[in-house]
Ligand binder design. Structure first.
Ligand SMILES: NC(=O)c1ccc[n+]([C@@H]2O[C@H](COP(=O)([O-])OP(=O)(O)OC[C@H]3O[C@@H](n4cnc5c(N)ncnc54)[C@H](OP(=O)(O)O)[C@@H]3O)[C@@H](O)[C@H]2O)c1
Length: 394
């Protein structure tokens, strides 16, 4: 998940148990993780510590209105993170997958997709590669969009050897470079057809780093890159039968309300985990908005659960150590992506929904106050459109 080749663990909480010593509004999930008792105890413990029981002394300033607001905000953030994390322990883990998969219909994936064309970004590792493998096994033509040539070639070799599928093509592209994305998409349109676009590449960078265009790196990759690639390829997708767009978002977005006031995190204390979660929220809103406008294309966003990917192993060693027996495999993380990409059952679902384990799920946690207004959602699209046009080749 690293934009800069490494995914630096952040101060926040999605999920970074390694940083549990910090007294922050997001530290409670970490405490829950360290608790080894039955799940019920976790819930009881979380309930005991919900808003109104912030750590003593934190932001304590009787009579200070602004501080009170800040305290409320901190409490809400803490509440969201706690509920989210406990939900994760129950649903996002491997055992969550095991119980959900009992209700899967195996025939959904018994599909031959020979002749259909799939583009997957970030396809050289983790969930992207596992998705590519499953589609290759079923005969699909694959366009792997990766930024690192060596890693991409290695992945292509592995997929070809394992599946025997020869229709696998590599495209080298940095998804944080908007001008290159436009150029790539324009060229691609003249040379290929496309049935399914899978926006999987994603990253979490903890420090505020800028791309060569002066864009904050998480935003450039996760939000703007996804926006430009999808927008540019929509006309190509629209030409085809049963066109689909899938965005690999994250359940982490549940802790964030859409915020369009500071898309590049210029005016906040930078927290890579929360910036990532905000980007993933933006992806979900984009999915909903696109679905409203482009009725002929099927859009969906999804959460893969907590999967054991190279990024998690290398960049979150302590989380990995604590959770390694609970994490999903890459294939389990990719299952819903594959289902959304190839199954007739997925196409029957309403366009624009957010999926987890082959089911549409809510895009908001209970009582978490993360709903945004139509005006805010419209503003996101306007801001991305304006920014993307600046990089569009004449
Ligand atoms: N694993 C989880 O538990 C989990 C949970 C929720 C959501 N997700 C989402 O799942 C998706 C896949 O992540 P993963 O867990 O499978 O991690 P991963 O194995 O590190 O895969 C991430 C992929 O994105 C690529 N990428 C990152 N920045 C890029 C850029 N600027 N241009 C092009 N490609 C770029 C990476 O390429 P390099 O190899 O060159 O770095 C890699 O191929 C991400 O969108 C992530 O947010 C994962």
């Amino acid at each position: 998940m690293g934009c800069g080749d490494t995914w630096v663990p952040a101060r926040g909480s999605l999920p970074h148990p390694a940083h549990s010593t910090q007294l922050s509004a997001t530290s409670a999930p970490t405490a829950a993780l360290q608790h080894t008792g039955p799940r019920r105890q976790l819930w009881v413990r979380a309930r005991r510590s919900l808003p109104g029981r912030l750590p003593a002394g934190r932001l304590f300033n009787p009579g200070g209105g602004a501080v009170l607001t800040q305290r409320r905000r901190g409490a809400m953030s803490w509440y969201r993170n706690t509920v989210w994390f406990l939900t994760g322990l129950r649903e996002y883990t491997r055992s969550g997958y095991d119980s959900a998969s009992k209700h899967f219909v195996p025939a959904d994936l018994e599909v031959n997709v020979t002749g259909r064309s799939f583009m997957i970004t970030g396809a050289n590792s983790g969930i992207g590669k596992a998705t590519a493998m499953e589609i290759a096994k079923r005969g699909g033509t694959l366009h792997l969009v990766c930024r690192n040539k060596e890693r991409a070639e290695e992945a292509k070799r592995e997929i070809t050897t394992e599946t025997g599928n020869q229709n696998i093509f590599l495209h080298i592209l940095d998804m944080s470079n908007p001008k290159r994305i436009w150029e790539f998409a324009e060229k691609f349109k003249t040379e290929h057809k496309l049935n399914v676009l899978i926006n999987n590449a994603g990253c979490m960078v903890n420090r505020r780093e800028l791309t060569e265009d002066g864009l904050e790196k998480n935003f450039a990759t996760n939000t703007l890159g996804t926006y430009i690639l999808t927008t540019a390829l929509l006309p190509l997708l629209a030409n085809e039968d049963d066109p689909r767009v899938i965005i690999v978002s994250s359940g982490g977005m549940l802790v964030q309300k859409l915020d369009v006031s500071d898309l590049q995190s210029e005016n906040v204390t930078f927290d890579g985990t929360m910036v990532y979660a905000q980007n993933k929220r933006q992806q979900v809103v984009l999915t909903e908005q696109w679905a409203k406008v482009h009725k002929n294309i099927h859009f969906s966003a999804m959460h893969p659960g907590w999967a054991d990917t190279p990024a998690v192993r290398s960049a979150m060693p302590e989380f990995y150590e604590k959770m390694k027996n609970k994490l999903r495999t890459e294939a389990q993380g990719a299952d819903t992506v594959v289902w959304l990409a190839i199954s007739p059952a997925a196409a029957k679902q309403t366009s624009g929904l957010f999926f987890q384990d082959r089911h549409p799920v809510s895009t908001h946690l209970l009582l978490a106050r993360t709903y945004s207004s139509p005006e805010e959602e419209e503003k996101l699209i306007e801001a991305l459109e304006e920014l993307s046009q600046k990089f569009k080749p004449a």
